[in-house]
Ligand binder design. Structure first.
Ligand code: DGY
Length: 331
């Protein structure tokens, strides 16, 4: 824990329940208004909850669109989001209102990379189907009847190509782990990385050109207008038919209709998805697909990482209220 702050206690609205050590520090240093019931927010409830607050510690499920930002009480000077992603906040509207926004980069890298590998393995090796088979009571359709030479054959990762879209911290951490599985890494990024960060990965200036080589495609780009529905029909058509798609970045990178159709007709082998457009109201088509592994946005969900995210959000708030530059200021 850091040393207690000594300013006049600022009123901090915390929109969701946070790990106990993070809430303890918030309560020690601020007039912290917590959400012990962990009630999800709506735009109206965010505005109401922010009444009298100096700052808001928010989460990715809180949507701060332009109208919500415009309606925030004038007292609110900073939004510290408990996330590295900022696509839930209209940054242009925040900048126009003079609202400072901070995020939590750097501390989610390992947890998110681990989850990408989990999805990659689970989708390639049909872990969801296997798990359901074992859970089905004997005698029922789909129940496990014992070992069989052709049962649930999957795709082996060793010797395969992993194509990474977005070679930032998380993309590179996924690449390092994939190398340990004997995969060859290809990547596409706005800029080519220097050799020490590239670590032998094969750069593709044109991401479309990398898709033909992708036994596994893992998405690690932020949600921007340029990446909206990036994985569409045309790009899926470039993938090999045995390809596995993994997304731990943002759901909006994928055109759901296109991916669901491709998975349904076996145009690609499988997908492992941790993020969805319009979470938690994911496209219902995914639920019917045996070849899709679906997780509820767990990328950063380890105790270590969620503590680190909370402490980083508080570090940003502390700096701001002490009159210093918040280390992770976005606008
Ligand atoms: C983030 O920080 O943007 C993550 O998606 C939360 O897990």
């Amino acid at each position: 824990m850091t040393q207690p702050l000594d300013p006049v206690a600022k009123l901090l609205r915390v929109t969701r329940r946070l790990p106990p050590a993070v809430e303890a520090r918030a309560a020690r240093d601020y007039d912290a208004r917590l959400n012990p019931e962990d009630t999800p927010s709506s735009p109206d409830s965010l505005i109401e909850a922010a009444a009298g607050a100096d700052g808001v510690l928010c989460c990715p499920a809180d949507r701060f669109d332009a109208a919500t930002i415009a309606a925030l009480p004038a007292s609110v000077a900073i939004l510290a989001t408990f996330s590295v992603g900022t696509d839930h906040i209209d940054l242009a509207a925040a900048a126009a209102r003079g609202l400072v926004v901070t995020n939590t980069p750097g501390v989610l890298t390992d947890a998110t990379a681990e989850l990408a590998l989990l999805l990659m393995l689970a989708a390639a090796r049909r872990a969801g189907e296997g798990e359901r088979m074992v859970r089905t009571p004997a005698g029922q359709d789909g129940a496990w009847t014992g070992w069989a030479p052709t049962q649930l054959l999957g795709l082996q990762l060793s010797g395969k190509n992993l194509a990474i879209l977005g070679m930032g911290r998380i993309g590179r951490a996924v690449a390092a782990r994939a190398r340990a599985f004997g995969m060859t890494v290809h990547y596409s990024n706005r800029r080519r990385l220097p050799p020490e960060l590239e670590a032998g990965a094969i750069f593709h200036a044109d991401p479309d050109e990398m898709l033909g080589a992708a036994d596994v495609l893992s998405l690690h780009s932020p949600a921007t207008p340029e990446t909206h529905h990036w994985l569409n029909d045309a790009r899926i058509a470039r993938l090999p038919t045995h390809a596995v798609v993994v997304n731990t970045a943002r759901g909006t990178l994928i055109d759901d209709e296109a991916l669901i159709a491709a998975l349904r007709r076996g145009r690609i082998r499988a997908a492992g998805l941790d993020v969805f457009e319009n979470e938690p109201a994911l496209h219902p088509g995914y639920r019917e697909l045996a070849n899709a592994i679906l997780l509820p946005h767990l990328g950063s969900a380890t105790e270590e990482t969620r503590n680190a995210m909370g402490f980083k959000a508080l570090d940003n708030l502390d700096a701001f209220f002490a009159g210093a530059a918040p280390p992770d200021r976005v606008v």
